[in-house]
Design a protein around this ligand. Structure first.
Ligand SMILES: Cc1ncc(COP(=O)(O)O)c(C=O)c1O
Length: 404
């Protein structure tokens, strides 16, 4: 039984009125074959990082995306780490990536011994400012002996890491063109955007490699988990090798280099198979919730709706609004406080990574847009199981705070 349902039943029993129940930001929906598939693992004893559900999850995921190969990992951060290594990112290199994102991709760059170069956000898409990235590569960097160098740091630019944040794709076209020009690998971080499309194709199909996360708050979940996808069989083999402790000869216990124990367990993969069966329903729910918010909140003074570009179909992972503090009746933090008082959970977004103490010393291109997005964006409850009544309560509370 899901947690919301348990709470609802408790409320019907008289403990708590339905109108007062807390509304959480993003809860997983466990309503398909999860119990049956996990029980199968427990009954058979295949509970660890080898098993039929791992193989099936990888195969089903690759089929869903149409990417050819998928390698399951213990989480999305590990997926990014090995994808960067497989793409050839080495210590002392630089990787171009957005400043406005969750910190995991920047950490992964550092695990590889490289440095991020942070790119500001685009004010209309909230994604990485692709024009600024292209300009940096074309006019500031220098081509020398088959490598692209950043003259300011003297380091090699080794990859581009676009992150599709909050469910919406990055405008990949210009990035892919500049990457092809300089033979740079593109590694998509699609952790937040499974099911989103860019020009009618799923994100994750464009980069040399792409990474996903199945953390509990994602569009679908395995509890914790990740996936690397690629169309290149050699890269897939390399990722598999790195994630399984770089085994050269399993019988003799020979490991060719320092590898990682990054494999997903069969139990988690079993959940993944069951969740993937429900993915289309989850995505439809996300779009329905987004449409509901857009219809009800459009025109509220100082409030901007979550963007969706004409070339994109967003997965609307976390439906988010922007509040302009110069116009809105209160700023995003005050709205968050008021909604919390009404039992409504919301979330503010990431400190721009160019300001993060974790990445002091990394170069940034611009940064002002990421800073105001951090101040002004607020995500509203958007669990796939959010009821119509609960969403109306959120809408009423938002309007009540922002309208005279
Ligand atoms: C953009 C992005 N990249 C990577 C990750 C890392 O995934 P995980 O938490 O599975 O390590 C996350 C979220 O968790 C994310 O939001």
């Amino acid at each position: 039984m899901s947690r919301p349902l348990k709470r609802a039943l408790a409320a019907v029993g008289g403990a708590e009125p339905l109108s007062e129940l807390p509304i959480s930001l993003a809860e997983p929906a466990i309503g398909g074959n999860e119990w049956a598939y996990v029980k199968d693992c427990l009954d058979s004893g295949w509970v660890s990082s080898v098993g039929s559900f791992v193989d099936r999850f990888e195969a089903d995921f690759a089929t869903y995306l149409g990417t050819g190969h998928a390698v399951a990992t213990v989480n999305g951060t590990a997926a990014l780490h090995v994808a960067l290594l497989a793409a050839g990112v080495a210590p002392g290199d630089e990787v171009l990536m957005p400043s406005f994102t969750f910190i995991a991709p920047a950490n992964a760059v550092r695990y590889a011994g490289a440095w991020p170069v942070f790119v500001d956000a685009d004010p209309s898409t909230w994604q990485m400012d692709v024009g600024r990235a292209v300009e940096f590569l074309e006019t500031h960097c220098r081509w020398s002996d088959g490598e692209l160098l950043n003259p300011k740091s003297g380091r090699r630019i080794a990859a581009i890491l676009p992150v599709h944040v909050l469910g919406h794709p990055v405008d990949l076209g210009p990035l892919l063109a500049v990457a092809a020009k300089f033979d740079l690998p593109v590694i998509e971080d699609a952790a937040e955007s499974l099911g989103a499309t860019y020009r009618d194709q799923y994100v994750g199909r464009f980069g040399r490699l792409a990474c996903f996360s199945f953390n509990g708050n994602k569009v679908m979940t395995t509890g914790g988990g990740g996936m690397v996808v690629t169309g290149d069989p050699a890269l897939a083999a390399r990722v598999r090798y790195l994630t399984t402790t770089a085994k050269d000869d399993a019988d003799e216990g020979i490991h060719g280099q320092v590898g990682f124990n990054y494999r997903l367990t069969n139990i988690q993969a079993a959940m993944g198979c069951a969740q993937l069966e429900q993915l289309e329903g989850f995505l439809a729910a996300k779009r329905r919730i987004a449409a509901g918010y857009a219809a009800a909140l459009d025109g509220v003074p100082g409030l901007s709706l979550m963007p969706e570009e004409p070339w994109a179909k967003s997965a609307f992972w976390l439906y988010s609004i922007r509040l302009d503090p110069a116009v809105a009746a209160c700023d995003s933090r005050e709205l968050r406080r008021r909604l919390r008082e009404s039992g409504i959970d919301t979330r503010s977004f990431w400190q721009p990574l160019h300001l993060s103490p974790a990445h002091t010393g990394a170069e940034v291109l611009g940064g002002a847009v990421a800073e105001w997005l951090h101040r002004e964006i607020l995500s509203l409850p958007c669990s796939t199981g959010l009821s119509e009544a609960a969403q109306q309560r959120v809408i009423g509370a938002v309007r009540g705070s922002l309208e005279p």
